[in-house]
Design a protein around this ligand. Sequence first.
Ligand code: FPP
Length: 244
Amino acid sequence: MTLVAASVGDGAAGGCRHLAIIMDGNGRWAKAKRLPRIAGHREGVEAVRRVVEAAPGLGLEMLTLYAFSSENWKRPADEVSDLMGLLHHYVKNEIDTLHKNGVRLDFIGDWQALKPDLVRLLAAARDRTSANTGLRLIMALNYGGQGEIVRAARALATDAAAGLIVPDDITAEMLEARLDTAGLPPPDAVLRTSGELRLSNFLLWQTAYAEFLVTETLWPDFDGPALATALDEFSRRERRFGGR
Ligand code: FPP
């Protein structure tokens, strides 16, 4: 009961403080317009800009975006290179505006394994914005939920082997503290665009009690009003966290 009262407040986002988004449909958007896939991804970046700008006004404190999954490496090399280029471009060009707007940028996933120049840019953007107190923008890069849990399990096993912890004493909190998202509240909701009904290896642990929101809108068409509609849907959900 207490949990329900605490999570469904009467904030502008209907209690949604942390929204995680699976940005899907860039390819279909481009195909429908007979454009190359890169055009869809480029418009996808515009949608990221619109959503980041609209989020604080809708009461969101945290936004986690699934920008590149650990499975996305299976795409053709040209497309992977285009996506990395767009990410580089976005962070390089947007960082001043993000910083001015008080956004704190952070990353989850094995992002340190990306190309060294990109890693340097991302680390500098994270460090520059680390004291900001506005929207927390978390980009999942080279991220996969199963891989993240495996890395946390390895960290626990290493601590156990070193005699720092006892296997029988391992708790959910101890595993959570070794996830990339350690210290962050779990998402209240996961939104997926383009009508697909899959989690696609996104935040598998953290979404245990998240509400699932789906819109038919393709990601490049997504904007502030579409975000407001999704959050309105969230505000009408009754969350029970396994209770009744
Ligand atoms: C899914 O569309 C989207 C992605 C694989 C990546 C999302 C990337 C962006 C929005 C652009 C880069 C982001 C940033 C933050 C700079 P899809 O290609 O799977 O679409 P489809 O299912 O219609 O083919």
